[in-house]
Design a protein around this ligand. Sequence first.
Ligand code: FES
Ligand code: FES
Length: 160
Amino acid sequence: MSTLKRTWKVNGQTVPIRAPAGRRLLDVLRDDLGLVGTKESCGEGECGACTVIVDNEPVVSCLIPAGQLPDGTAILTIEGIEKTRIGRLIQRAFLECGAVQCGFCIPGMVVSSYALLVKNPRPSTPAIREGLAGNLCRCTGYTKIIQAVKLAAARLPKRK
Ligand code: FES
Ligand code: FES
C-alpha cells in the first residue's frame, strides 16, 4: 500500500504526516498524532462527535480521507481550541450552564460552537441551532448547550 506524505499545520504546529493512503483524517489525528480529544461515535458523518476545523471550516473528520488534504492544510482540533480565549470561554460556559452530561458529544459541540462564534460573535438562538445542527447529543436536550453558547458569546470582548 502506498504511503501518504503531507505536511500540515495542526493546532498551529507544522506536522509531517506519514500514513497509509486512504486513512481517515480522524484516524490520523487520534491514532498517529495522539489528539484523542476528537471522538468517534457513528463513523458515518451523522453525529458530529469527530468535528474539527479544516482551513477555517468545521468538518466531520470521519468522512475525510487524509489524502484529500494538501500540504499546508490548517487543522484545529479541540486541543488547539481549548488554548484559545474563545475556546476557554466556551468550555467554562458549558460547565457553568450544566451543558455536559456523559460528555461524549462535547468536544465536537465546542469545536462547532467555536467555529460559529468566530464568524458570528452574537448569534441568535436560531443561528446557534443552525451552527450546531450537525452535532447530536443523546443526553442534554440541547437547551443548556444553547444557553452555554449564548453565555460564551455574551462574554466575548466587543469588537471595535
Ligand atoms: S463520528 Fe464522525 S460524524 Fe459521527
Ligand atoms: S452529553 Fe452525552 S451525548 Fe451529549
